[in-house]
Design a binder for this molecule. Structure first.
Ligand code: SAM
Ligand code: DTB
Ligand code: SF4
Length: 346
């Protein structure tokens, strides 16, 4: 349960600490709340690609942009489950399916996505989806199908938001997050850095994320992948130390969350990724593709973890939360989705 409301000034004070002090503090919070050697591996799959009517200026899949992308219709359930099985065999404990939809519409496509969720959850993996805006009834159906988490990002600060998206409001994003929480699904909610926003915008985004009630179970920190044909293709690259500051701030403000290094890792050095783990990041997307853009190869990630003495997080003993009604199966109360759900049910 949330017990502190943060002001932008609180967060700015943290953000502006001397870099090494900030990383040290974040690392300390990380060690108090998580096994510092464990990194959760999550695999992404775009189950329906392109043709989206929203105008997100960063996105390869928007019809308003001119990215060179083949549109694809919704995948078949067995194709998706075959990919989930391969991801599990490669060490992922979470499988996230993304559809380029502005919102969920009732019908055969949604029925099929519910089947996919059930199939992934039955494999003993955490199932996550990102399908755009969602009503409470739709969230309940996904929960019944076995969904662990719903990814819906705020993307940037409320102040900068209109520069990035005009077809969906910030308020609508918050409503979807409320529907997700009411249905008892964990939220995976974060943003994108490096879209030309100011430091003040990054502080504002972190403040809003930390004040969500409940706080997100997972916080994806995306670095903009500048896709050719989108309005953001030539935006100046964000200083990598700003990226690490945001990771450290997210860790300190949301101590139990999985802080997830998301888009943009391909262009980030292994040294900077190591510093991000030091600053409290404890999850990555693995597999050579994110949704439509490239990601580091599996071998790169395994070699990096091995070099750093880190290890992929093991699957839960009793399967994902939604199947077993809890059951973290780990010693010492870790901060995972299962443990959080057990704590809030107690
Ligand atoms: N259509 C759904 C929605 O936006 O609600 C889900 C899919 S969307 C692609 C998931 C998230 O990926 C976005 O909210 C955004 O944060 C991130 N993303 C998309 N394109 C990106 C890019 N080029 N660089 C970094 N992050 C990106
Ligand atoms: C999130 O915040 N990042 C992931 C996941 N949630 C769905 C998606 C990143 C997409 C990057 C651009 C692409 O591959 O299309
Ligand atoms: Fe559509 Fe999601 Fe891309 Fe926005 S980010 S254009 S909603 S697929």
């Amino acid at each position: 349960m949330q017990n502190k409301t943060y002001t932008k000034d609180d967060v700015a004070a943290l953000y502006h600490k001397p870099f090494m002090d900030l990383v040290y503090e974040a690392s300390t919070v990380h060690r108090e709340n998580h096994d510092p050697q464990e990194i959760q591996m999550c695999t992404l799959l775009s189950i329906k690609t392109g043709g989206c009517t929203e105008d997100c200026k960063y996105c390869s899949q928007s019809i308003h942009n001119n990215a060179d992308l083949e549109k694809e219709i919704l995948m078949k359930t067995d194709q998706v489950l075959a990919q989930a099985k391969a991801a599990k065999e490669a060490g992922s404990t979470r499988f996230c399916m993304g559809a380029a939809w502005p919102r969920v519409l009732e019908g055969k496509a949604f029925d099929r996505v519910c089947d996919m969720v059930k199939g992934v959850s039955d494999m003993g993996m955490e199932a996550c989806v990102t399908l755009g805006m969602l009503t409470y009834d739709q969230a309940k159906r996904l929960k019944e199908a076995g969904l662990s988490a719903y990814n819906h990002n705020l993307d940037t600060s409320e102040e900068y938001y209109d520069n990035i998206i005009t077809t969906r409001s910030y308020e609508e994003r918050l409503e979807t997050l409320e529907n997700v929480a009411k249905a008892g699904i964990s939220a995976c909610c974060g943003g994108i850095l490096g879209m030309g926003e100011s430091e003040d915008d990054r502080i504002s985004l972190m403040t809003t994320l930390a004040n969500l009630d409940p706080q997100p179970e997972s916080v994806p920190i995306n670095m903009l992948v500048p896709v050719k044909g989108t309005p953001l293709e030539n935006v100046e690259r964000l200083d990598i130390f700003e990226w690490i500051r945001c990771i450290a701030v997210a860790r300190i403000l949301m101590p139990k969350a999985m802080v997830r290094l998301s888009a943009g890792r391909l262009e980030i050095s292994k040294e900077a990724q190591a510093l991000a783990f030091m600053a409290g990041a404890n999850a990555i997307f693995t597999g050579e593709k994110l949704l439509t853009t490239a990601n580091p190869e599996k071998d790169f990630d395994h070699a990096l973890l091995e070099k750093l003495g880190l290890k992929p997080r093991a699957p839960y003993k009793d399967g994902p939360v939604t199947q077993q009604g809890g059951g973290c199966g780990r010693e010492g109360g870790c901060g995972c989705a299962n443990a959080q759900q057990e704590a809030s049910a107690a």
